[in-house]
Design a protein around this ligand. Structure first.
Ligand code: SF4
Ligand code: SF4
Length: 383
């Protein structure tokens, strides 16, 4: 085993980086039993925690980059170990020493692009607001009720831009007072932080917070659970407190209060996928289901793994930027679960889930058809 640092130093660095709970592990192995990786290949978070306990972590090993931070094992650990913090701490050490396996190269590229352009795609910063061209949206100014913080995927990704447009049209139709900041927003920084690049996260977070404060932002509406998570749970570390609303919650409110009304029925059979960062990490399970009940007129059909037990799409923790070989993609399993319950549409509310599910849907067998949609698009279809 190639241990780069003396025992004491590694354990101390993990503790300093918030991963101190690894000391309580008694090696029961529950984390390995519940981890989605073990449905597709061998992977042991228990072993990573064990190695960390003795300062024997091989920082060059690919396994420290595997955790998608899905949140399943921390919620089940009988000793209160936060395996995500342990894993992120190890990645911070890898960042500090500039030690990365080849498979992690896309994360380095994404980090460079985030620092240069404020997005992970190496797209021009100035083009961030182009998705809204022709929609007549107003730029957020002080006194506007909501900032619609669009986020990177919804601003640049051709598939996800359609969701941003659907969102803007729905908000407009419901008479919501909102504006966007276009090129003045940068990535929320959630995923790059989970890759251990704390410097990039802090830089992005500070830039956004300054922009929000300078513009008098108080309420922020987001489409991505990753933005929701980091604005709600991580920006307060900088004493920046805003009211954050995820679009699935807001759609629920708009439908409940009659500001939005469906004018036709949605005929296809639908199932709903709980994104890790909306459900497990932030407890938003009911709002999207209530929205779908409004639209469908019945309870949504549930897959084998749902709510707290939802199966991760594989995109968290920076894995969205990394290549996962065929045969190891959780999204393939999730699509099969949707097909098994007879769903024609797999609905979710996260850009990473939609990206991974859409990729997986290209590999479906002949005769298998499954549409992948954001919950906003479903609502738009019945307006
Ligand atoms: S579930 Fe908790 S106590 Fe059990 S092996 Fe994993 S980290 Fe250790
Ligand atoms: S957080 Fe999820 S992906 Fe990471 S080790 Fe735990 S169960 Fe596995």
């Amino acid at each position: 085993m190639d241990t780069l640092e003396p025992i004491k130093e590694i354990t101390d660095i993990i503790k300093e980086n918030g991963g101190a709970s690894f000391q309580f592990c008694y090696q029961c192995g529950i984390c390995d039993v519940v981890c989605p990786w073990n449905r597709v290949r061998d992977f042991s978070m228990r072993r990573i925690v064990r190695q960390a306990t003795f300062g024997l972590t091989d920082i060059e090993q690919e396994d420290i980059w595997r955790c998608t931070t899905c949140g399943t094992c921390p919620q089940r650990c009988p000793r209160g170990v936060n395996q995500i913090e342990v894993g992120v701490s190890l990645r911070r050490i890898a960042n500090e020493y500039d030690v990365f396996p080849e498979s992690v190269a896309p994360v380095i590229t994404a980090g460079g692009s985030l620092m240069a352009e404020g997005n992970p795609f190496n797209m021009e910063r100035d083009k961030r607001g182009d998705w809204a061209e022709g929609l007549g949206l107003k730029t957020f100014t002080e006194g506007t009720e909501f900032l619609y913080y669009t986020g990177c995927y919804f601003s640049y990704d051709p598939r996800m831009k359609k969701v941003a447009v659907a969102t803007a049209k729905i908000l407009d139709q419901a008479g919501v007072d909102f504006g966007i900041l276009g090129a003045r927003e940068v990535c929320c920084g959630e995923s790059i932080r989970k890759t251990g690049n704390e410097e990039a996260f802090k830089s992005l977070a500070k830039e956004n917070i300054k922009t929000f404060i300078d513009h008098g932002v108080k309420k922020i509406l987001v489409s991505s659970p990753h933005c929701y998570h980091t604005f709600t749970n991580e920006y307060p570390e900088f004493n920046a407190i805003f009211e954050i609303v995820h679009m699935s919650e807001f759609l629920c409110e708009l439908l409940d209060t009659g500001r939005l009304q469906s004018t036709k029925a949605f005929e296809k059979k639908v199932t709903y996928h709980d994104p890790c960062y909306l459900g497990r990490h932030n407890g938003i399970f009911d709002a999207p289901r209530a929205v779908l009940k409004h639209v469908l007129g019945t309870e949504v059909t549930e897959m084998a793994d749902y709510r707290e037990n939802s199966l991760c799409c594989g995109g968290g923790g920076g894995r969205i930027w990394m290549e996962t070989p065929k045969g190891e993609r959780f999204a393939d399993l999730r699509l099969q679960q949707a097909i098994d319950v007879g769903a024609e549409v797999l609905v979710t509310s996260c850009p990473y889930c939609i990206t991974n599910f859409t990729d997986s849907s290209l590999g479906l067998e002949d005769g298998q058809v499954l549409e992948i949609k954001d919950i906003t698009e479903i609502v738009q279809e019945v307006m």
